[in-house]
Design a protein around this ligand. Structure first.
Ligand code: GLA
Length: 492
């Protein structure tokens, strides 16, 4: 079992039939209902103890989760405030699986409640955990440090461990990510009545992500997102040939792009935010690209309801890099039908014109007078037929590298809103025209055309073949750095 505080695997101490889970890292202990029963002199008392702690106190949750059922634990108030006897806040599983104590709390609880003080295990606990704790030194109960919950998700065919990481903020926004493909697995966010829904398309299981993710649901896409014409480019006098996987072109990093590799993962928790940082080294020649490129993508959820996706990369040879996140959003819920009723604003006055293979001609044209003009709010469905579904890159109204608001989405039914900010110069609006209901998504949902929209912040497609476009090339000593923020909210 993992410690609900620091996520380390707990050590199980076996003492006279009582198994106590102890965290070597933070010295906290977990007592489940059965163990409590053994420690109290009669069975009924354990139940009474758990039940009497039913009054949850309204404090900023620390998002500790029961190590058994993973439900968010309640902060419970123990002790009689009126009598001035120890006023203690501890964590209780809402399903009654047990109680969590840190060292100071354990000392206080032993003196407060009717543990059999002579019980061998109680004595041992006192000796081990209570003697040198002066006061409740290790708690920061009023703090609101966010934690990352890490669970095994499965294994790849090569036997590599894949994890599911969950971050949740104090407003009920939660994001899950996995080290397979550095994929954004889900985003739950409340509607205007506070009711949550998962607003991203995807799969319930790792097998789904590994075997059915042709559409790039939630994926981190790279080394170069979008199309490279004929899969070819010349850099520093040398021609490179990439894997061709989309008609005559290279798409989304090739046959085995960043969305299909296993990333190293590291969780970082701080006050008001939690992050998971993924890192991957793409070897020289992978999918035809030059240079060993080490990239990272860090997902951070904060209490401002922002999901921040930050990218970094370093290479030992000049190479193009253009990473994006390919999440399919439906703010009414992942299985709520088409997104035609969503209202969209894009702060983009221009777009890159496409040829018949969906590759930029090099011309940058005004959106004015076209179905791509979302400079004022329009329903996505309003002009979608006229353009045969959206799959276009728009040029954002800001300098490349500068962080700015680029899109605002509003779903009138739920009231959910999403704002997109980015440092990137372009954004692909894609309305999932290629979905045909054949992949079995979350909860068995059959996702059809237009059941989601993607706002893939990125450099313009095929930039490596267009000197007139902002450059995607990085060289040794340079750092590739981009950031995109998805900010969730509601309106009436
Ligand atoms: C991008 C492309 C689309 C399509 C999707 C993935 O948005 O522009 O043409 O390939 O990815 O299905």
């Amino acid at each position: 079992m993992d410690c609900p505080v620091c996520k380390e695997a707990m050590i199980t101490l076996e003492l006279d039939e009582v198994e106590i889970d102890y965290c070597g890292e933070c010295s906290g202990i977990w007592l489940d209902a059965g163990e409590l029963e053994m420690l109290l002199d009669d069975g009924g008392k354990a139940k009474k103890l758990l039940d009497s702690f039913s009054q949850a106190k309204k404090v900023k949750e620390k998002h500790r989760r029961c190590p058994i059922c993973l439900k968010k634990m309640l902060k419970i108030f123990v002790g009689d405030e009126a009598e001035g006897k120890g006023r203690l806040l501890i964590d209780k599983c809402p399903a009654g699986h047990g109680l969590w104590f840190d060292r100071g709390e354990l000392r206080d609880i032993i003196s407060l409640v009717s543990f059999d003080q002579e019980h061998r295990v109680v004595k041992l606990l006192r000796d081990m955990f209570c003697n040198e704790c002066e006061s409740d030194a290790s708690t920061d109960e009023e703090g609101n440090t966010m934690i990352v919950n890490k669970q095994i998700y499965g294994k790849t065919r090569d036997g590599e461990d894949i994890y599911l990481f969950r971050m949740e903020n104090e407003n009920g926004v939660a994001a899950q990510v996995t080290n397979y493909g550095a994929i954004l697995v889900s985003v739950e966010t409340p509607d205007r009545d506070g009711k949550g829904a998962d607003v991203t398309l995807g799969f319930d299981t790792l097998e789904g992500w590994m075997e059915q993710n042709g559409p790039y649901f939630g994926a981190t896409v790279g080394r170069v997102a979008n199309r490279i014409a004929k899969g070819k480019f010349t850099l520093e006098g040398q021609e490179y040939e990439l894997a061709v996987n989309n008609g005559p072109n290279h798409l989304h990093g090739g046959i085995k792009g960043f969305d299909k590799v296993v990333w190293d993962a590291e969780e970082v928790t701080k006050e008001n935010e939690a992050s998971v940082r993924f890192e991957y080294t793409s070897a020289d020649g992978e999918e035809g690209y030059p240079g060993n490129l080490t990239v990272s993508v860090t997902y951070t959820l904060n209490n401002e309801n922002e999901l921040v996706v930050a990218y970094e990369g370093r290479t030992d040879k000049a190479t193009p890099v253009n990473m994006t996140n390919h999440t399919y959003w439906n703010l009414a819920g992942h299985d709520a039908g088409d997104i035609c009723g969503h209202q969209l604003v894009m702060h983009a006055n221009m777009y890159t014109e496409l040829d018949e293979d969906n590759v930029p001609t090099g011309k940058v044209k005004p959106v004015n007078g076209t179905a791509l003009d979302f400079t004022s709010p329009h329903k996505i469905g309003e002009r979608i037929d006229a353009i045969g579904g959206y799959d276009h890159n728009v040029v954002l109204n800001k300098a490349p590298g500068e962080m700015g608001l680029v899109a605002e989405v509003y779903e009138p039914g739920s009231g959910r809103t999403m704002r997109v900010y980015t440092t990137q110069p372009g954004m692909q609006l894609y309305t999932a025209e290629f979905l045909d209901g054949s992949v079995k998504g979350k909860g068995g949902a059959a996702y059809g055309p237009r059941s989601a929209f993607c706002l893939e912040t990125q450099h313009y497609p095929d930039s490596v073949n267009h000197e007139e476009f902002p450059s995607t090339v990085i060289r040794p000593g340079e750092v590739y750095k981009e950031k995109t923020v998805f900010k969730f909210g509601t309106k009436m």
